[in-house]
Design a protein around this ligand. Structure first.
Ligand code: 5GP
Ligand code: ZN
Length: 114
């Protein structure tokens, strides 16, 4: 289900290097290249879905696995408090159109987000 020219499909396939910190049957978690917090990890489905809603509709098990994988990474890094973010659409800040759950932790976060 690899999509041509999709950055995160290439990371999942090992064609582009990334610091992978966790993987499950359906997910891979790797550190963000431009971290916005001491812990900033992206959790992605191995299969290509453009956004969180498409993933939830197309593979609800993988959708749930993203959240449990993020929680496992947070626990492994000793982070009790963390923020999970899905950006959907360019105006919301999505720049890579292979859905990814941002796990951010290790500092305080403001609300509402910018
Ligand atoms: P978005 O803006 O789509 O919600 O998040 C995309 C994220 O991917 C950004 O936080 C960005 O720093 C990260 N990113 C972009 N290119 C790469 C890359 O090649 N490797 C890794 N590890 N992260 C990347
Ligand atoms: Zn992809």
């Amino acid at each position: 289900m690899e999509e041509t020219d999709c950055l995160f499909c290439k990371i999942v396939a090992g064609e582009i290097p990334a610091e992978v910190v966790h993987s499950t049957e359906r997910t891979v978690a790797f550190r963000d290249l431009n971290p916005q917090a001491p812990t900033h990890v992206l959790v992605v489905p191995k299969a290509h879905f453009a956004n969180a809603a498409e993933l939830a509709a197309g593979d609800p098990v993988a959708s749930a696995e993203l959240v449990t994988a993020a929680a496992a990474v947070a626990a492994a890094e000793g982070r009790e408090d963390y923020r999970l973010v899905y950006n959907t659409g360019a105006d919301a800040g999505q720049s890579v159109f292979h859905t990814h759950l941002h796990l951010l932790a290790g500092r305080s976060f403001g609300w509402p987000p910018g």
